[in-house]
Ligand binder design. Structure first.
Ligand code: AR6
Length: 170
């Protein structure tokens, strides 16, 4: 099942919420800042353990931590591509973000996962193309794993409408 809602992802009661992180995993602005602020220091503690083990997270990959004080059980941190005009495999890396986050959720027995609009803020990915990729990748994954419930959480009206349109036409 796929749902589209408008709001703050830190308030969403899903088994996992996804963070649009950066490869340092040390936090930042946007949704990353909001998740660390609302979830508290336990999330960063877990991130530091991952950094010690594997040295951060590459673009398109995903890692999982506690959700600290958030209503979710886990935070899945994925690193979206920085938009460079489309010439540096941004499309494939954005697909990887969705696919790897979904696979990690499933591997951790999650039944519901909430996504923000990865890369469409500070990283500058065009919102319409990002919405089409998000919906297409999630639909493909759910056709093999229908047990998962996916919630797209948009912060702004434009992103919400683009996701709804992509869901209708895809
Ligand atoms: N809930 C849901 N969506 C949100 C929230 C929120 N609380 N806050 C922002 N958004 P961005 P990126 C939306 O910039 O483009 C960070 O510094 C926002 O409106 O958070 O992947 C990281 O550390 C936008 O639609 O992530 C990286 O350095 C979407 O979330 C870099 O930014 C993503 O915007 C990642 O940039």
């Amino acid at each position: 099942m796929i749902a589209v809602i408008r709001g703050d992802i830190t308030k969403v009661h899903a088994d996992a919420i996804v963070n649009a992180a950066n490869s340092s995993l040390l936090g930042g602005g946007g949704v990353d800042g909001a998740i660390h602020r609302a979830g508290g220091p336990e999330i960063l503690e877990d991130c530091r353990k991952i950094i010690a083990r594997q040295g951060g997270c590459k673009t398109g990959k995903a890692v999982i931590t506690t959700a600290g004080r958030l209503p979710a059980k886990y935070v899945i941190h994925t690193v979206g591509p920085v938009w460079n005009g489309g010439s540096t495999n941004e499309r494939d890396r954005l697909k990887d973000c969705y696919h790897n986050s979904l696979a990690l959720a499933l591997a951790n027995d999650c039944r519901s996962i909430a996504f923000p609009n990865i890369s469409t803020g500070i990283y500058g990915y065009p919102k319409e193309e990002a919405a089409i990729i998000a919906v297409g990748t999630v639909k493909d994954f759910l056709s093999d794993h229908p047990v998962l419930e996916v919630i797209f959480v948009s912060f702004d009206d434009a992103s919400e409408q683009l996701l709804r349109a992509a869901l209708k036409t895809d």
